[in-house]
Ligand binder design. Sequence first.
Ligand SMILES: [Zn+2]
Length: 54
Amino acid sequence: MAKNKGRESIILKCTVCGEETYLSSSNKKKHPERLERNKYCPRCQKVTVHKEKK
Ligand SMILES: [Zn+2]
């Protein structure tokens, strides 16, 4: 399971309801700082702003 080096799984958290959405893609070179993405939240049932949880 150590073959996926360089690829970390990050957690994106909905800023509206706090629901955590898991994403397995991370571009630390492209985004060295916290990610902020518009993602679909199943709890809000709409696209909301998600921030990387750390
Ligand atoms: Zn939400």
